[in-house]
Design a protein around this ligand. Sequence first.
Ligand code: NAI
Ligand code: MG
Length: 501
Amino acid sequence: MSDLFVELTAPNGRKYSQPRGLFINNEFVKSKSGETITTINPTDESEITSVYAAGPEDVDIAVAAARKAFKDPSWRDMDTTARGELLYRFAEIIEQNKEVLATIETWDNGKPYSVALNEDLAEVTGTIKYYAGWSNKVHGQVIDTSPAKLAYTIREPLGVCAQIIPWNFPLAMAAWKLGPALATGNTVVMKAAEQTPLSLLYLGTLVKEAGFPPGVINFLNGEGRKAGAALAQHLDVDKIAFTGSTATGKEIMKMAAVNMKNITLETGGKSPLIIFEDADIEQAVKWAHIGIMYNQGQVCTATSRILVEEGVYEKFIELFKSHVAETSIVGDPFKDDTFQGPQVTKTQFERVLSYIEAGKSEGAKLIAGGEAFKNVGGKGFFIAPTIFTDVKDSMKIYREEVFGPFVVISSFKTEEEAIERANDSTYGLGAAVFTQNISKGHRLARLIEAGMVWINSSNDSDIRVPFGGVKQSGIGRELGEAGLESYTNKKAVHVNLGTKL
Ligand code: NAI
Ligand code: MG
């Protein structure tokens, strides 16, 4: 048994018991093959621990557990108010454990502890509470047709939902997917990203404590190409929800075709942030910074392409550069004044460095960063906040998602040009517009091809508001009432009340 838990002391001195197993049927178990994956602390490159990794056989077991739970009256027929209370209790238990969860998140992912605690964990509990509230408010309709007929709809759960989450916001992405799935009566097999396997396992201990019936929530670790693909291809999985890269999203879509699974995909982006001459420049500078540098730049909605109207181009660059230098403090994520920790893994670190090389060789002008940041004990995957200006639309760094503290800036002459260039992307996740002209702001909000538009802000996300993309940024919506649509069918019932036939 002891093999399934390990006593750890985190870099901030917190001691806790880390589960290492697969969480199936409310128990931690070893993988059938005994295979494990090892996770690294990106701050100093040391090994934290290893955890069991699921293979196809383990996926089968977890899916069977979720199927059994889905059919079990204790979950299927649970009063919807009671289900809401259960979810609410889960949120409260998470809140009581937020320090340990935030500690694990920072240790494994590298995000600043203050952010993990005050933002990620607040997002987690907020989301679960929000959907707890929806549990007893999701219902069908009566559709009036004629006195001879009663037609009505039932909002029913989809069944067993596989959910594959990324490493940039492990717990928050788990909450975005668990909340609506559970509120509507589905059961879940969730797979964490192999780069950040630890926090979800700890959450498993709280699932059990909250009192969910066994099999309703199952957590797996394992490689995407093994455990993830086994879930996407599984014939007894009804839905797959995924957040990650566009390339993997396309693979999942193909695999999901095997039994025509319902799919929700949140994928990549290269979101524009457009600044007009009539904007409040100080505001634009602050939001542009948050919009790209938050979470080490590892945000799908990051506004990574800044387009500035000619007349304020030089001024914006000067102010932005000094704001980044002042506020993007790179350092140990457990230190209070750190804004930017390390990139999540060596692979991501090298990927960002390769884009820096591409920018240099393509002839963009590097005005800040452009190298690894070495002043944090000489180790770790730190990147100096990087700004390229005079970037051309044809350049790789302008077109591709970098996913790091890395931004490209370019100038434009007219509103038409700004719209055309904003839309000249295979992605369509977010877009920000800075202007004091309300007509212009709303006009652009309609004309820009994106799932979300921010007028005079960037990356403003709210649990109550739909989140998702168009084009190759995804399919479907999470959060808000829209998030429930992704987890329910509308079943139609026709009742014949007449006698004519
Ligand atoms: P990825 O999309 O490959 O991984 C995300 C999740 O998908 C992980 O849980 C992974 O195990 C799983 N996965 C991978 N291959 C799979 C497969 N064949 N079948 C089923 N599941 C699979 O992303 P990766 O490689 O970690 O990062 C590469 C790039 O993706 C990043 O640089 C970034 O551009 C983008 N990305 C976007 C995210 C977002 O929030 N939209 C989050 C993470 C990465
Ligand atoms: Mg790690």
